[in-house]
Write a protein that binds this ligand. Sequence first.
Ligand SMILES: Cc1ncc(COP(=O)(O)O)c(C=O)c1O
Length: 373
Amino acid sequence: MYRYPVAEPDLGEEELRNVIEAVKSGWISSKGKFIEDFERAFANYIGVKYGIATSNGTTALHLALVALGIGSGDEVIVPDITFAATINAVLYTGAKPVIVDIHPEYWCMDPDKVEKAITSRTKAIIPVHLYGHPCDMDPIMEIASKHSLYVIEDVAEAHGAEYKGKKAGSFGHVSCFSFYGNKIITTGEGGMVLTNDCELAERMRMLRDHGMNPKKRYWHEVIGFNYRMTNLQAAIGLAQLNKIDRFIEKKRRIAKIYAEELSGIPGITLHPEMPWAKNVYWLYSILIDSSKAAITRDELSEKLEKEGIETRKFFYPLHEMPIYAKYSVYSYPVATTISRQGLNLPSSTKLTEEDVKFIARKIKESILSWKTL
Ligand SMILES: Cc1ncc(COP(=O)(O)O)c(C=O)c1O
C-alpha cells in the first residue's frame, strides 16, 4: 500500500445508497433501472445520443469493432503508446492492427502518421486520448472522411476531456469508455460505447446480449457475446457521474500545483495542454530527460517509492513487445523516447493540496540532490 497512490476510487454515501437500493430490489444482474439511467445520463454528459453499457472497456472496444463489421482482411490504425486493450480488441476481430507514432507535443496519435498509414484495406482509426489529454480530432476526422473510414475513440483515460470545447467521445462514429477502478469515474469493472447512430446502437445491444433478437427471446440472429454491465455496477456509475465535474476540477487543481512546483527544473517536461484542449489529467505525467536532469526516470521512481509515493512508468511502445512487433511497419522515434522518459505521478482525487506539494517537493529534492549526494 502506498501513502500516495497514482489513482484510487473515490466512493461515498451516494454510491452506497444506490447499491443498497439495487440489492434490496433484487435486480443485481444485468437488468434493472440503474443500467438504462446510467446509459442515458452518461451519453447525455458526453453529448452523444445512445449509450450501451458493457462489462469493461475492452469489451466496449471489441463490441464496437464487431458491430462496425471489422474483421479478417481489414486494417485498423492504433497509436504506439496505449494500454494493450486497444490493440488486443482489434486482434480479437481478426483484423490487422497498424501501429503509428505519437505526436511529440501531446503524446497522442499523430494525424500525419495516420494519413501515411492508410492502405486500401484500412477500415478504422482508433485515436486514444492518453492520460487525460484529447487527440487532435479535426485532422483525424478529415482523414477518415476522405478515405471513408470509421473512427472509434478510445476515451478510457479521458472522461470529460474537451477538444475545441466539445467532449472527447463525441467526435467518432463510436466512442468507448472504461470505468475500471482507477478511472476518473468508476463502476469497479465496466465500460460503455456511445454512438449517435440508432441502428448501430441497436446492433451493439443485440451483440452484447448473445446476438439475441430483442423481440423474440432465445432466437439468435448472430453469434454475440455476454458483454453486459450489471445493475450493481450501474448503480455505482450513476452516483459517480454526479461527481464527475468535481473530480475533473480536482484533477486540474492537482495538475496546476504540480506545474507550479515543478516548472523550470532542467530536463523536466510538464504534462501538456494544447491550446485546443481541455486536459482532465487522469494521471498527471512528466517526462524526465536524464541528459539534462541528472537523474533517470527509473532512479526517480525508485526514490519516490521509498517515500511511499507511487509512480507509474509510461506504457511500453506496442512495437517493442514481441507479440505486437509484427504490426509495426513504420519507425517510432517519438513513442520510443517518450515511453522511456514518461512517469505518471499520484493523481488521486483524494489527495490534499498539501499532499501534492509534499510529493512535488520530494520530486524536486530527488532531482536536485541525486548526483551531488
Ligand atoms: C486506453 C485504454 N483503453 C482501454 C482500456 C480497457 O479498459 P478495461 O480495463 O475496462 O477493460 C484501458 C484501461 O483499462 C485503457 O487505458
